[in-house]
Design a protein around this ligand. Structure first.
Ligand SMILES: Nc1ncnc2c1ncn2[C@@H]1O[C@H](COP(=O)(O)OP(=O)(O)O)[C@@H](O)[C@H]1O
Ligand SMILES: [Mg+2]
Length: 406
């Protein structure tokens, strides 16, 4: 007794074939609906096990044709699908006259049990077939299109997400390689600065120096300290994988940054935290850097001061296209200012190391944020459209691990 197995992926076909032959049936393989129909007319089959998404003629179309022909009345039709897995897909399949709808992957034992159960039945125990024949062609066609469009939309979304992830990978690679170079230079540079600063201090102890020389020495000292701050920042940006993560509440870390950065400034910060926020795994020193940088930028964007709104809450990333993140729960931190905003034409540059629009900027703040957040398994992005709305909102996502989730 023959069973027809249809799938455009050869390896899938062989897997099913192996299971079926174990039951003592003869398996014949086809790669699409057209091939399957030819075989159906040539040989006698007791059952069809068909994939849905296939070239030339898909499983739905094949089922519909088979159920229109009296010759195949006794033929059992099983869908075995990995792509059309929604409830509506199953409903439509049954409506077309399928006897069973199975989703891949399935435990082989269970699969065989289902197949055997169905084969032992004399007659299908429902009258979907009759139902189908009564249903107007137009309605069936509409349902078919709906399922197809749903599938296509899902595929398109998957592809877009994949494309976005790829762009993201490139960006991360570029920044990481720059971080490596910057880190190497910063190390050597810092050592040189220590020498300059030390020697300047030694000369300064000489009380016989003229006022002019003493002033010059002070300038050297000041410049060296500034240079040292800069290298500190370079080092932070380039710090390699050795971050020390601890399970922490993120709120106090950001509150500390707020009070440090905004002390004495014209800006005010309003913070909103969701109750019972789960803890996250963070290197608090590095996260402080992130918040400092973002708050400094927010404050700088508002020349005459203004409000900075910080909100912290749990979000679930699902099929969302917007963020290239794995699905799951995240703590989302938003920092929203009322400043000048980021013009559209610089949107794609602001995370680049050394990109700045400020006279005294160094363009390392956001690049540092980006690398740090990336190393925490998170993501940082921003929204700004100064033409329609003032201000900029930065969003940070930090993954929540199961053990920290209540
Ligand atoms: N909150 C903000 N509002 C407007 N523009 C911003 C904001 N944050 C960052 N930017 C833009 O991104 C650029 C890069 O920021 P950053 O890396 O921190 O370097 P820097 O602050 O030294 O310029 C800034 O020069 C500015 O153009
Ligand atoms: Mg900055």
């Amino acid at each position: 007794m023959k069973i027809l197995i249809i799938d455009d992926k050869k390896e899938n076909n062989y897997l099913v074939e192996r299971m079926i032959t174990k039951l003592g049936y003869e398996a014949i393989l086809a790669e699409n609906g057209v091939e399957a129909l030819e075989l159906l007319f040539k040989f006698d089959f007791i059952m069809v096990i068909s994939d849905i998404l296939m070239p030339e003629m898909d499983g739905f179309q094949l089922c519909k044709i088979v159920r229109c022909l009296k010759k195949f009345d006794g033929l059992k039709f099983v869908f075995y699908t990995a792509t059309y897995t929604e409830k509506e897909d199953e409903e439509f399949a049954m409506e077309l006259g399928a006897d069973k709808f199975l989703r891949k992957p399935m435990d082989p034992q269970l699969f065989l049990q289902e197949i055997q159960k169905l084969l032992q039945k004399e007659q299908a125990d429902h009258d979907y077939r009759k139902n189908y024949i009564k249903k107007p062609e137009k309605e069936i066609f509409k349902l078919y299109n709906e399922r197809l469009i749903n599938k296509l939309e899902k595929k398109t979304r998957e592809l877009e997400k994949f494309k976005q992830m790829d762009g993201e990978r490139l960006r991360a690679q570029k920044i990481e390689s720059l971080a490596l170079i910057a880190g190497g230079i910063a190390h050597d540079f810092n050592n040189l600065l220590v020498g300059i600063l030390g020697n300047t201090n030694i000369i300064q102890t000489d009380k016989s120096l003229s006022i002019e020389v003493q002033d010059s020495l002070k300038d050297i000292e000041k410049a060296t300290l500034r240079a040292s701050e800069l290298t500190e920042q370079l080092l932070a940006f380039s710090k390699d994988g050795n971050i020390i993560k601890e399970t922490k509440d993120i709120t106090p870390i950001i509150e500390e940054s707020i009070s440090l950065v905004l002390r004495g400034s014209k800006s005010k910060c309003i913070i909103n935290t969701q109750k019972n926020l789960p803890k996250v795994e963070v290197d608090s020193g590095q996260m402080t850097q992130v918040f400092n940088n973002l708050l400094i930028n927010a404050n700088q964007s508002m020349e005459n001061g203004g409000e900075i709104h910080v909100s912290i809450e749990v979000v679930h990333i699902s099929d969302d296209l917007e963020f290239p993140l794995p699905y799951g729960p995240y703590v989302q931190i938003s920092i929203k200012d009322q400043g000048v905003g980021v013009p559209q034409n610089v949107h794609q540059h602001i995370f680049e190391p050394y990109f700045t629009t400020k006279e005294k900027g160094n363009g390392l703040g956001l690049a540092t944020c980006y690398t740090i957040i990336k190393r925490h398994g998170g993501y940082i992005s921003f929204k700004s459209n100064p033409k329609t709305e003032p201000g900029t909102t930065f969003q940070i996502f930090l993954p929540i691990f199961e053990q920290n989730y209540e």
